[in-house]
Write a protein that binds this ligand. Structure first.
Ligand code: PLP
Length: 383
């Protein structure tokens, strides 16, 4: 039997549990956000699990991501919200992918694709309510609204959704959240007045879904919380369970004599005779090089420090003079749920001044994804 050197074990049962937590907090339908390969967890298996656990829809950034889900046989509603000129709007329309529009030019492209194919396009309007990133800009709104109402009336497109994205959702009490909601509601009122009332309105990301049920409207769009990571650490973990555990198998155990340097540039010099282990995980796998000297791993009941530079493919840990009872092939937990005192993705993020979103979404292609505890549609029926 072979076992992979490096594994990201994804607990799909945790994802189902986290969706329950989100639904309970917000009392709204769920669009599960599976962009960026489901934040590194694997888009297709996560999408299937989320739908089996009761998510109504899926959200991604690019049309290409949506097409990959369709190619895998997923027929649930999918919205894609980030487009460049030349994006395949024709395929999106043909495969019933809902395009979220940020500009008149994008609307023109979808209208052209719909007219070409004779298929009505279902679209969402993405309104810039204050993030000043994607979304229809404030000074373009009136023209855009009239234009989309017109093609909606003609039946070329059906305006199904209106959405915006929060700039400070992770600061639940910040006044901008309610201001953005008011701007979104005003946009919906404009469209309704023009005869294009949307069916679904949504703005809440994970932090808003958990802390501001008043912003939920018809649907929430959680990403990070579905993966079990608290989006507002000051408010606790909300009972979320981290879905990804990153683990490796010890490749090599060896003695290093006092005074010897370990790894590139020999930034760590053995203060005593010791035993080290080589762990086959490096920055190409998503272990940030900046964590060199600041990473701690769990083997069994014990924690061990990484020593020296983290390399592209490997890192080295100090087992101590007695070797810590560690053997080649033993399982090393790099990060996980934090149970048993093990490290978490948040520990990594805190150590290098980033957020755990970045840690999990950087886990590389070479890491084998393994899926456990997949929910079944029967589980969802019982929810
Ligand atoms: C990524 C993204 C989300 C999910 O955000 P989380 O903070 O991970 O919940 C929701 N909506 C849009 C538009 C996004 O880009």
């Amino acid at each position: 039997m072979t076992s992979p050197a490096l594994t990201a074990t994804v607990d799909l049962g945790a994802i189902a549990h986290n969706l329950d937590v989100l639904r309970d907090a917000s009392d709204a339908a769920v669009m599960a956000v599976v962009k960026a390969d489901a934040y590194g967890h694997g888009a297709v298996p996560v999408a299937r699990a989320a739908l089996a656990a009761g998510a109504a829809e899926l959200g991604v950034a690019h049309i290409t991501e949506a097409l990959a889900l369709r190619a895998a046989g997923i027929d649930a509603p999918i919205t894609a919200w980030l487009h460049t000129p030349g994006a395949d709007f024709g395929a999106a329309v043909a495969q019933n992918i809902e395009v979220a529009l940020s500009s008149s030019a994008q609307l023109d492209a979808v209208v052209a694709a719909a007219r070409r194919s004779g298929v009505q396009a279902s679209v969402t309007v993405k309104v810039d309510t204050g993030l000043n990133r994607s979304g229809v800009a404030v000074d373009e709104w009136d023209d855009f609204a009239e234009k989309i109402a017109k093609v909606h009336a003609e039946g070329v497109v059906v305006l199904r959704g209106v959405m915006c994205h929060l700039a400070r959702g992770d600061e639940p009490d910040h006044p901008l959240n309610s201001e953005q909601a008011a701007r979104l509601d005003a946009a919906v009122a404009d469209l309704t007045r023009l005869g294009a009332a949307p069916e679904v309105v949504h703005m809440a990301n994970s932090p808003a879904a958990l802390t501001r049920p008043d912003l939920a409207r018809d649907m929430i769009r959680p990403g990070i919380a579905m993966y079990g990571r608290t989006p507002v650490p000051e408010r606790g973990d909300f009972g979320l369970v981290p879905a990804m555990t990153l683990s490796a198998r010890v490749a090599l155990v060896k003695n290093v004599a006092a005074g010897q340097g370990v790894s590139y540039s020999q930034t760590w010099i053995a203060p005593r005779d010791t035993v080290v282990a080589v762990v086959p995980a490096g920055y190409a796998d998503g272990v940030p090089r900046l964590l060199s000297g600041r990473l701690r791993v769990r083997i069994g009941e014990r924690l061990f420090d990484s020593i020296g530079r983290i390399c592209m493919d490997q890192l080295v840990i100090d087992l101590g003079p007695d070797g810590g009872g560690v053997s080649e092939g033993d399982e090393v937990e790099l990060f996980g749920t934090g149970r048993h005192g093990g490290p978490t993705a948040k520990d990594w993020a805190d150590a290098i001044g980033t957020i755990d979103y970045e840690i999990v979404s950087q886990i590389g292609n070479r890491v084998v994804r393994q899926y456990v505890n997949a929910p079944t549609p029967d589980d969802a029926a019982g929810r």
